[in-house]
Each structure stands twice: as C-alpha cells, then as structure tokens.
Design a protein around this ligand. Structure first.
Ligand code: MRU
Length: 356
C-alpha cells in the first residue's frame, strides 16, 4: 500500500541487508531501517520496530538469512532459530516461519544454503501478500452485503493494527476494507486507539489516511456506546493465534469489543492467514500471553510544541502497572473467520472444512 503516494512493502531484502519500516517512529517519522544481523532482527521484533503476527514471522525468516550470511554454521543457525522463536511469545507465525525455514535448510549443503534460505524467506512474504489479498476479496463480500442492505456508509470498528503494516501488504482486518474502498463502497473505520502502544492511532489511522479511507480514532472504551447507538455495522480484527476450535488470541481489549458486539447483535469477524492457526494447542489457557514492560503504560511519546518527538511519564512512579499484551476471545463471540480460502465458522468443523 502507499505512503506519500509511493507503494511500499513492510520488509524487503536488498544488497545483503533486510530493510524494514521502523514502526516505532510512525506516524511522526518515516524511517527505513537496515537489519544487518540476526541479533538486530531479534531486537527489531522485541522492540516492535516490526510487529503484527505475519510481519514478525517474515522478519524471523529473513533473520535466518542474515544468520547464514554472518556465520554459515549449523549450530549458529539452530541457536538463531531458537532465539527468533523466543523473541515474542504469543504470535504463532514466528514459530511457523522458523519451522518452515528450518525444514528447508536442515541437511542442505553449505554452498547452497544461502540461496535456499533467501528463496524461502521471499516465498513466505509473497505467500503472505497473496493470502492477505484473498482475505480481502473474501471479506469484501461481507461488507458488500451490508452496504447493499444499508444503502449508506458502512461503519467498521477495528482494534490494534491488523493493517498492511502488520503484514507484508494489504493487512488482514484492513484488506476487506481496502478492497471495498477500491470498489467504490463507502466505508468509515472506527479505530480503537489501542493503549498502551497505540497501534490503532499511530499505525491503523495513519495507513488508512494514506489510502484516503475515512476513519476516526476512538478511545479503547468508546466502542460500546457507539455500538449501542447503532454507529457500528461490523467489527473486523486480526489475530496472533487462532486455535483449531476457533478461539482467538489478539491484542488486549479485543475480547471486550467482542462482548459488546455480541450484546448489540453486531457481527464480529476475525481475519487471518492460515499461518496464524495453531493446530496443536487445544485449550486457550495454554497460549503464552506476552507481558511487556509496564513502562509502556506509564510513558507516552508524541510531538511537543516544537514538533520534536518527546517521551513523557503520565502518572506517578509509585503506581504499579501491569502490561498484558493479548487476550482471548472465545469462539462463541466470533461471527466468522475470514481466511485466504474463504469465510468459515469459528470452530474446528469450520476451519477443517477450509483447511483439510
Ligand atoms: O503487539 P502487536 O502490535 O504485534 O499486536 C498485533 C496484533 O494484535 C494484530 O492484531 C495481530 O498481530 C494480527 S496482524 C495481521
């Protein structure tokens, strides 16, 4: 999608380096950062310079390419793969991408390994882009139906950033929105601010603005009253890990939006590529929920009066804070899963029907 009218992907490989858009700097600064080593890739994932389940998977894949460039040695590669998988715990895409890469790389000649690794990392990004495009086409039908019935702007609420910045391109939750907009359907997006990292305000609103899609940032707690007032036609969110029974793990606060949507009979959709499905864990209590530094709550960053980026503390140092990054929305609150293969019920039957 576009930034300042120019098309970008979120990650690419150039001159033996991995290039990313540093998302910690958006929306105030647009900085392309170079990753030279696997350590820098791990750091980029941990610090959330890249974030969003599909994008951190792709970054891990390219991290292994960098690991081979640095040191073409099997034990170094294995160590790198473990460190990459552990760089953030919740999104399954990290392990999915690293496992896929290692399956290709183990047992390969040292002289061939770099090319094979690079080809596979690129294949992961191309596949994700195609999957996200198809998610958009499948979700478009849902928006079209609402638009045809309503004959007015479709108001869609989303949480966090499951936009193109969280993937390679198109996004998951935003892809149906981009497709609807391109088809001339009038859409407006309610963007949850998404404390504490403000991915909604900083990233989702930013990317929608760049594509000319009307949107309004709201506080994380405003969704409920908007739903009660009939100002939300549907919700679409992303996910970091969806279990085979349809339970959805996503950014903290997603569950409360799903509860409010249920109470107000508003469809609540989750958009995901198949790389985000965890076919192994059966009980959502077993999903590792990331707990991040509480300072992400007590400090906020923004522009000061002189247009300089500044970080300030917003409450007392004595206040204890807790920073759980994800929550679980049980399948019963999910109207449907929008995948690259079609839309299905949030259940084992639904998912297995699409993914044999
Ligand atoms: O902590 P983040 O910003 O990586 O969390 C991202 C989300 O929760 C997204 O909704 C999810 O990864 C899906 S991205 C298509």
């Amino acid at each position: 999608m576009k930034i300042n009218g120019k098309s970008y992907k979120t990650i690419w490989f150039e001159n033996n380096l991995v290039k990313i858009i540093d998302q910690t700097k958006l929306p105030h600064q647009f900085i392309i950062k170079e990753l030279k080593t696997v350590k820098e890739s791990i750091n980029a994932i941990k610090q959330m310079e890249v974030r969003g389940a599909p994008l951190i998977g792709a970054t891990a894949a390219y991290g292994l390419v960098l690991s081979i460039i640095e040191n073409n040695d099997l034990s170094y590669l294995k160590k790198s793969s473990e460190q990459l998988v552990n760089s953030r715990p919740t999104a399954i895409n990290l392990k999915w991408a690293v496992d896929r890469m290692m399956k290709k790389l183990l047992g390969v000649n040292n002289s061939d390994i770099l090319k094979i690794a690079l080809d596979e990392a690129k294949a992961i990004t191309i596949e994700d882009e195609n999957f996200c495009k198809n998610i958009g086409l499948n979700g478009l039908k849902i928006i079209e139906d609402i638009a045809n019935k309503k004959k007015d702007t479709v108001n869609i609420l989303t949480h966090c950033n499951a936009g193109w910045l969280a993937t390679i391109d198109w996004g998951t939750a935003t892809s149906p929105i981009y497709h609807a907009h391109q088809k001339g359907i009038k859409v407006h997006v309610w963007v949850d601010e998404t404390r504490p990292r403000n991915q909604g305000a900083n990233l989702t609103s930013y990317e929608l603005n760049e594509e000319g899609i009307p949107n309004t940032v709201i506080t994380d707690n405003a969704g409920g009253i908007l739903m009660q007032r009939g100002q939300v036609d549907m919700c679409i969110v992303g996910t970091d890990r969806t279990l085979s029974n349809g339970d959805v793990c996503n950014k903290i606060g997603t569950y409360l939006k799903a509860l409010a949507a249920k109470d107000n009979n508003i469809p609540f959709y989750v958009a995901l590529p198949s790389s985000t499905i965890d076919w192994n864990i059966k009980d959502h209590n077993k999903i590792p929920i990331e707990e991040r530094n509480p300072k992400e709550l007590s400090y906020v960053e923004g522009l000061d009066e002189d247009n300089k980026v500044k970080k300030v503390r917003i409450y007392s140092e004595k206040s204890k804070a807790m920073n759980l990054a994800f929550d679980i929305t049980p399948a019963k609150y999910v109207t449907g899963l929008i995948t690259e293969k079609g839309v299905c019920e949030a259940s084992e039957k639904g998912l297995k029907g699409l993914f044999k």
